[in-house]
Design a protein around this ligand. Structure first.
Ligand code: NAP
Length: 263
């Protein structure tokens, strides 16, 4: 039997085991996907080897550690500096980032974009900024503080803090902060968000399965908007695709994974 897991801390809330187990069951694969809480980052890769895993996903707060310690990093993960998928290839552990491609698949229906504003500057913002850049979208980063903007500045992104920002026109506004996850707060001042939404066409919130204040305001402005559910779905589809050396096609994986969200 092949074993897969989700590494993170905490991991109790995650839907990933249900997503991956449903697909393995549907395809008749002898495999199991579990959760493994990792408190100390240095134990992540040794635990991968000790459990003799075929693959794993990595979530908060270990994506950077996974990036630093796997044997090889492939694809856009190299630019993001964070890994959310680990695959065993012989004796080596290979790292990938499917959050970025997952996000891009989720916004495909928005069509071609010229520019976007990302609210927040954490790990998720990095993945989203890099994939948008790869698709020639002009990206501006707006963060509460300056502390995390270095990464983006070095790569040539326009970076602003709440103090230095002058609102302009952006087609897509993306919330990558956790504002609104457990409270009723906006990721920036409500008045500023009103200004931005007046000129925007699309809004995206990485928070999933809930209508955040950010998305409610986007709806009030009649924008086309999405929460993070599809991003989560597609990062899972792409991870599964990698887990099994791309032998199952993406559409089949998606068709088996998607119903889990409706349960
Ligand atoms: N849908 C999906 O598939 C998916 C995938 C990955 C992550 N996520 C979600 O993405 C969210 C962010 O994750 P992350 O790992 O990027 O987090 P992170 O690395 O901790 O980054 C958080 C960022 O948000 C800002 N921030 C936090 N609280 C804020 C608030 N109340 N108001 C304004 N800014 C605030 C921080 O600003 P400072 O720098 O000033 O502190 C920081 O830039 C989480 O909710 C996570 O669940 C969703």
């Amino acid at each position: 039997m092949q074993l897969f897991t989700l590494f993170g801390y905490p991991v109790t809330h995650s839907i990933s085991p249900r997503l991956h187990n449903a697909v393995m069951q549907g395809l008749g694969i002898d495999g199991c996907y579990i959760r493994t809480p990792i408190e100390h980052p240095q134990t992540l890769l040794p635990t991968f080897r000790k459990l003799d895993l075929s693959g794993a996903n990595v979530t908060v707060p270990h994506k950077e550690v996974a990036f630093a310690h796997c044997d090889e990093v492939r694809g856009i993960a190299k630019e993001i500096g964070a890994v959310n998928t680990l695959i065993k290839e012989g004796t080596r552990i290979i790292g990938y980032n499917t959050d970025a491609e997952g996000f891009y698949a989720a916004i495909k229906s928005f069509g071609h974009l010229r520019n976007a504003l990302i609210l927040g500057a954490g790990g998720t913002a990095k993945a989203i900024a890099m994939i948008l850049k790869a698709h020639h979208v002009d990206v501006t980063i707006l963060n509460r503080s300056a502390s995390r903007l270095d990464f983006f500045e070095k790569l040539g992104f326009t970076c602003k803090t709440w103090e230095t920002f002058t609102p302009s026109s952006y087609e897509l506004i993306i919330n990558t902060t956790s504002a609104g996850l457990k409270d009723e707060s906006y990721p920036c001042e409500e008045a500023l968000l009103n200004l931005l939404f007046e000129k925007a066409h699309y809004a995206f919130d990485v928070i999933y399965n809930q209508q955040t204040p950010f998305l409610r305001l986007a709806q009030a402005h009649h924008l086309t908007y999405k929460d993070g559910k599809e991003m989560l779905l597609y990062q899972g589809v792409l991870a599964f695709h990698l887990f099994f050396a791309q032998q199952y096609d993406l559409k089949t994986i998606e068709s088996l994974m998607r119903p889990v969200f409706e349960l």
